[in-house]
Structure formats: C-alpha cells, structure tokens
Design a protein around this ligand. Structure first.
Ligand code: KIV
Length: 303
C-alpha cells in the first residue's frame, strides 16, 4: 500500500465526492485564513456519523460523556478503558473530522510517563488523532509532542478541577488571572499544543488570547471571538435533563422528539396497533394452503 497516493484525502465510495480529511495543520491553516472552526462532542457511532456528515471540523470524545451518557455527577469517575471504548465507536463513524480523545481524570495527573503511556493507548488502540488534556501541564505537552501525539490544551474552567474550583465557575475574572491565563496559553502553545480550548472565561479574555496565540482557540462559554466554537452534543439537542448554561444554544429539542416517539410506540403496542399486517412477514400462498389442508385433515380425523 502506498502512503503517498492520496495525500489528505479518504478514498470515496464509488459515485461520491472525495473527502478531504481534517488534520491539525488544516485547523491551523483555518486560523490563518480567519475561517471559523466548528467542533462538537460525540460519543457513539450513530451520532458521530451525523456530526461528521453535517461537516463539523473537529469531533471531541469528551469526558463529559461521564455525565451526559453515563449519568455521573461530574467527569471524575470515567476511566481510560471507558473512554477508549467510546473513542473506538466514534473513530469507526468519522471519515472527515479530526477525532480528539479527552484524557480522563487520573490518566495523566501522577506522572508524565503515565500520561504518555495512556495517550499512546488513545492513538494506537482507539484511532484518536489527538488527545486533550486539562490545565497548564507544559512538561506533559512537551513529552506528548516529542512522541508525535498532537495535543489539544484546555484552560479556564477545567471540569476535572471541579473540587479545587469549588464548582463550575467562570474563571479569569480579574486582570491578574487574565494575564495568568494568557501566559499559560502561550506556554502551552510553545510546548507544542496545536489547539487550546478556552472554557468558561470572559469574552474579553478569550479575545485577547486568541489575538496573541499562534494556534487556534476553540471556545465554550468564552464568547464569539475565539477561532472556533465547541458545544456538548447533548446540550445542543436538549438531552441533558438540566437547565442550560448561559452559553448553550439549544438548536433542537431531541428530548421532546424522542419522548413523544417512545410514548406513541408504547401506546400502539398497548392497543395492538403495532405491528400492522404490512409490517409482518407472510407465508407464501402455497405454504398457507398446505398448512390449511393439514389442519382440515387433522380436524376430520378427530371427528
Ligand atoms: O468533555 C468535554 O465535553 C469537553 C468540552 C466541553 C470542551 O471538554
């Protein structure tokens, strides 16, 4: 197999257009050209296919899946094996978008060596094309970069720090903390991070960082001036069973759609309105006739 035949593209199915794969350098180029980057979380095959086919540039298998898919109170409990399981499903679905896997809490906090070992698993065992880590962990980012693993940094409101922060609170509200955030973002980029997610920070802080940073910023609750935006899939579609944060825009009410459809199904089953004759398989007429004849013969014998 040649590795150089189709640079930057995925072989299309016959009759379809070639797909240009999104890569880390392609996202950097989008920043240079001032083209906004669209990103969304996804956690399974079906929704990842929809997200990818809708043309989203970056799919994050976020550890938010601990909350929105697995029902945990926060993101801390999810394990590397659980994240790998979901990343594999997403990888099987996505053809165009860049697939980024979130490193879960505890998988990179003890030592750089452990972080590196776990990150390699996401690339090797699950097909991720980059990993995301929270916080200003410059040494780890440098080690991952040296190991050829693209890194997405994540600063501001970092949900894995929920206990330190005392809840999910907007960060960088003072001049001092804005300057610290900017210094951290620049140092992460200098260490090799190719993208920085800015979460839960004032618009002005995100705008200033975006203007100075050589790599793209992707905002969530960080205002419109970032190089791109990301939302949690379940927030976008009202599947969270919780009030939306200020920065969430609900683009559809999939919760209501699914509830209505499931209630309708239950009622149809209860009233024997599902399945109909058209939704049933039928015997061929000759087989039916043969069975009828057998039944009649049996009835005559009994009389
Ligand atoms: O886990 C996640 O969904 C995230 C995004 C909100 C950036 O980290």
């Amino acid at each position: 197999m040649s590795l150089t035949n189709f640079p930057g593209s995925v072989s299309p199915s016959p009759g379809t257009n070639p797909i240009t794969k999104v890569t880390m350098p392609a996202l950097a180029e989008m920043k240079r050209q001032g083209k906004p980057i669209s990103a969304l979380t996804a956690y399974d095959y079906a929704t990842s296919r929809l997200v990818d086919e809708a043309g989203i540039d970056l799919v994050l298998v976020g550890d938010s899946l601990a909350m929105v898919v697995l029902g945990h109170e926060n993101t801390l409990a999810i394990t590397v094996d659980e994240m790998l399981h979901h990343t594999r499903a997403v990888r099987r679905a996505v053809r165009r978008a860049l697939v980024v896997a979130d490193m879960p809490f505890g998988s990179y906090h003890a030592t750089v060596a452990e972080g590196l070992t776990n990150a390699i698993r996401f690339i090797k065992e699950a097909g991720a094309e980059a990993v995301k880590i929270e916080g200003p962990r410059f040494e780890l980012v440098r080690a991952l970069t040296e190991a050829e693993i693209p890194v997405v940094g994540h600063l501001g409101l970092t949900p894995q720090s929920v206990h330190r922060m005392g809840g999910y609170r907007v960060q960088a509200r003072t001049a001092e903390t804005v300057l610290q955030l900017k210094a951290d973002a620049l140092a992460l980029a200098e260490a090799g991070a190719g993208i920085i997610v800015l979460e839960g920070v004032p618009r002005e802080a995100a705008a200033a960082i975006t203007a100075e940073l050589p790599v793209p910023t992707i905002g969530i609750g960080a205002g419109p001036d970032c190089d791109g935006q990301i939302l949690v899939f379940h927030d976008l579609l009202n599947l969270t069973f919780a009030p939306a944060a200020k920065f969430v825009r609900r683009y559809a009410d999939a919760g209501a759609l699914i509830r209505t459809a499931v209630e309708q199904y239950r009622e149809d089953v209860e009233h024997r309105a599902f399945p109909s004759d058209e939704e049933s398989y039928h015997l061929a007429p000759a087989v039916r006739q043969a069975l009828d004849a057998t039944r009649k013969a049996d009835a005559l014998k009994k009389n």
